[in-house]
Design a protein around this ligand. Structure first.
Ligand code: GTP
Ligand code: MG
Length: 305
């Protein structure tokens, strides 16, 4: 499917934007700075755990991991889980054996005599930490949800009490609130993080996010949006795309315009509603898998032959 659409974009001779206008955006304002409390509580819960399981979003394997995790929680063995693989362009997870192996080969300090394992699940917001705990519990104990999950960042608000996920070996996990890095390196990294839903959309602006999404999809030649919304063709102009999306979805509104001859009702596309639908459709994976860190991966020395 992706190849067919690639031909479509090329044949139309459309020139995609080479860069996204980043100037004038203040990334610091998008990311809330109130997460220190969560991190402090996580630090004070360290004595309860043998291992740290950090969950991150597979679409941004390099962007936005919080360096403070290593600094403050780095004493314990650390497993990195890249979640949301179904949404990422990558080619299952053996978490419990990995944790037991890692803990077995590290110092357990005062917990050396304990027969049970306990790991703390950490990560930036909305990457699926709580979902992972529920999934492991379902898989190993056939038990239902033990911790709340939701499509917005900030669902888990505190370090939770431990949740059993396995009987043999006896393993418990601590769920924690998402903690973002205190400083986001660049506006583009901020946009990627926002596109993955790690901050509330309104902080960045749904239309800005929709524009960055369109820019990314076109740059990556992922033209699934053209088919999904039945558009005339691929296009790099967000206003034009959102207008067509709004009309397609019937998301239009009547607006009164004052003319020389009186009030006239004009049908206007509902751009915010179209932007919201575009973002949600992307996040549900309906526009295909994506690797938002492709540029960083290509620049990194290991990518060179
Ligand atoms: N597509 C997809 N969605 C997932 C996956 N794992 C979790 N989600 C969704 O991601 C959203 C966030 O999941 P949570 O488990 O609440 O994430 P969290 O990291 O605990 O979030 P906070 O508590 O807010 O920090 C929910 O809508 C989940 O359904 C996955 O593997 N694939
Ligand atoms: Mg959570």
């Amino acid at each position: 499917m992706r190849l067919a659409f690639r031909a479509l974009g090329g044949a139309a001779g459309v020139a995609w934007r080479e860069s996204f206008p980043l100037g004038g955006r203040d990334v610091a304002r998008w990311f809330p700075g109130h997460m220190a409390k969560g991190l402090k509580k996580m630090q004070s819960s360290l004595k309860l755990v043998d291992c740290i399981i950090e969950v991150h979003d597979a679409r941004i394997p390099l962007s936005g991991r919080n360096p403070l995790f290593q600094e403050t929680l780095g004493l314990k063995p650390h497993v990195l889980v890249l979640n949301k693989m179904d949404l990422a362009d990558l080619k299952e997870q053996q978490i419990i054996p990995t944790v037991t192996g890692l803990v077995g080969s590290s110092c357990r300090y005062h917990r050396g005599e304990s027969l049970e394992y306990c790991a703390m699940v950490i990560g930036i917001p909305n990457v699926g930490k709580s979902s992972l705990i529920n999934a492991l519990r379902r898989q190993h104990l056939r038990k239902g949800k033990a911790t709340r999950v939701g499509g917005e960042p900030g669902i888990t608000r505190a370090v939770m009490s431990r949740i059993q996920v396995c009987e043999r070996p006896l393993m418990f996990l601590l769920d924690t609130p998402g903690v973002l890095a205190p400083r986001i390196e660049s506006v583009e990294m901020g946009l990627k993080l926002a596109l993955c839903g790690t901050v509330l959309d309104h902080l960045v602006g749904e239309e800005t996010l929709a524009d960055y999404l369109l820019y990314t999809l076109n740059r990556h030649q992922l033209f699934g949006y053209v088919r999904h919304y039945g558009l005339g063709g691929a296009c790099d102009d967000i206003a034009s795309v959102l207008k067509q999306v709004a009309v397609r979805l019937g998301k239009t509104q009547k607006v009164k315009v004052l003319t020389g001859t009186g009030d006239v009702n004009v049908i206007q596309p509902n751009y915010p509603a179209a932007a919201r639908d575009f973002l949600q459709t992307f996040r549900r994976g309906l526009l295909g898998p994506v690797m938002l860190d492709r540029d960083v991966l290509q620049r990194s020395p290991v990518a060179e032959p």
